[in-house]
Design a protein around this ligand. Structure first.
Ligand code: ARG
Length: 229
């Protein structure tokens, strides 16, 4: 009851990076996807309203910390580094990373070695992984390209301007269905996605966690999984 009183009728600003199907993307001018439905369902369940705003993935944490956003739902992986700045909900998804190339390019997983050009979305776990494991070690000696959105990254891949993109597996699978690209390798990271709030915002975090638990129990989460996957 206390939780509900805290938030009832309030409108929270939710930030996302709407380039990440099937979690968040734009269709007919609307923000749709698993994450978008999830946060709307949590809001309905717990008695608050949400206003969704789209921004570069790399700006989301800073916007939360500065108070421009109340909540971030962006397929965001719970990491120790991010935990220092924001607070995460209980995990709601587990994903690995995939290596994607242009269909028919003949490239395979060795695209991550040597003089190839590899791209990621700026500020993602893929960005960190490639930098740490391939760039800093000089295993990869081609260009390391950072994109503001996956939409730009995929376009560059299809146009032959980059050899491979590293991104979360569920999203790679979705792009492989809609664009002439294919997955040639999986990096088993087992990363967990959480909904983020600003550091110390316990009331809002409890509300979100309670919402996730209730939607799990009611079968609503399963319904959203069947809708988007
Ligand atoms: N899970 C990865 C991370 O947290 C990628 C998330 C990208 N999300 C997006 N909406 N573009 O770094």
């Amino acid at each position: 009851l206390l939780l509900v009183v805290f938030a009832f009728g309030k409108t929270y600003i939710v930030g996302t990076s709407a380039d990440f199907p099937p979690f968040e993307y734009v269709e007919n001018g609307e923000f749709v996807g698993f994450d978008m439905d999830l946060i709307r369902a949590i809001a309905d369940e717990m008695g608050f309203n949400v206003k969704i705003v789209d921004m570069a993935f790399d700006s989301l944490i800073a916007a939360l910390a500065s108070g421009n956003l109340d909540i971030v739902v962006a397929g965001m992986t719970i990491t120790d580094e991010r935990e220092q700045v924001v607070d995460f909900s209980i995990p709601y998804w587990v994903a690995d990373q995939s290596v994607v190339v242009k269909k028919g390019s003949g490239l395979n997983i060795t695209v991550l070695f040597g003089k190839h050009n590899v791209g990621v979305q700026t500020g993602t776990t893929a960005d960190l992984w490639v930098e740490e494991n391939l760039v800093n070690t000089k295993i990869l000696t081609g260009k390391f390209k950072r994109y503001e959105t996956f939409v730009f990254a995929m376009t560059d891949l299809v146009n032959g301007n980059v050899d491979a993109i590293v991104l979360d597996s569920p999203v790679a699978e979705m792009y492989a269905k809609t664009r002439p690209v294919e997955i040639v390798g999986i990096i088993k990271t087992g990363e967990e996605y959480g909904i983020a709030v600003s550091e110390g915002n316990k009331e809002l975090l409890n509300l979100i966690n309670e919402g996730i638990r209730r939607l799990r129990e009611s079968g609503k989460i399963d319904e959203l999984i069947s809708k988007y996957f």
